[in-house]
Design a protein around this ligand. Structure first.
Ligand SMILES: [Zn+2]
Length: 243
């Protein structure tokens, strides 16, 4: 028997979260190639030079000062997740909902926690708190140290889109388990990796994913990386959640 509301749909991923944690900050895939794999997604750039968000087929680079610019199609990415977003599940969000409450609301929207979901939240936010990685210099430090330099930004009364993925716990290490989302405003001028937000009003759209296309880098650094750290929970918490 097939599951309601779930249709076969591929999510593409370049490299592994544990490779980033291990300090593999240079990739071998360009933004141009990545856009060939989907019109929606997130990730980071070579040397951790900012957060990436892809919305409506356009890739933006979100730097540590909170500014957003169009990404160069030739720019390299050491880690990214993207898909062609099909909004199969949609709901109006309850007014003035916080990130913590919205997480539970999204849980109720999903037919099963065992699939992947691309998540798009569009609307007016009374507040969005983001942080963004700072460009690193070689020799690269592990990500738990690199993110010590992160700058937090707060955006008040802003319209925009939060884009990302809700990933099953069993993908821990491959990806970031749970919700990993990036923000960009409607004017496409500011954004970052989302730590917290309050959504005044807006809509939530989900695109369920059933297939994962994983591309592993052919670089020497990736070949030699430690991709199964014993303290992965602590590392993910420090680098992605931060509070
Ligand atoms: Zn992020």
């Amino acid at each position: 028997m097939s599951q309601d509301n779930i249709y076969r749909h591929t999510i593409f991923q370049n490299s592994l979260m544990t490779a980033l944690l291990d300090g593999i900050y240079d990739g071998e895939m360009t933004v141009g190639e990545l856009l060939g794999k989907g019109n929606f997604g997130l990730g980071t750039f070579d040397a951790l030079d900012g957060e990436m968000v892809i919305v409506d087929g356009i890739c933006y680079q979100l730097r540590h000062d909170g500014t957003a610019t169009l990404a160069d199609l030739q720019a390299g990415s050491p880690y990214a997740v993207c898909t062609n977003f099909v909004p199969r599940i949609r709901r109006r969000a309850p007014k003035n909902i916080t990130r913590a409450d919205l997480s539970g609301f999204i849980d109720e929207m999903t037919p099963s926690e065992n699939y992947m979901y691309a998540v798009r939240i569009t609307g007016r936010f009374s507040r969005v708190t983001t942080r963004t990685v700072v460009k690193q210099q070689q020799p690269y430090r592990p990500m738990t140290e690199a993110t010590d330099d992160d700058a937090e930004q707060v955006f008040d009364n802003v319209s925009g889109v939060i884009a990302g993925f809700r990933t099953p716990i069993y993908e821990k290490g491959i990806s970031v388990p749970g919700c990993h989302v990036h923000f960009i405003d409607d004017d496409r001028t500011v954004g970052g990796h989302v730590l917290d937000f309050t959504l005044e009003e807006g809509k939530i759209e989900l695109c369920p994913g059933t297939d994962l296309e994983l591309r592993l880098p052919l670089t020497r650094e990736f070949s030699a990386a430690n991709l199964a750290p014993e303290d992965i929970d602590a590392q993910l918490h420090k680098t992605e959640v931060k509070r």
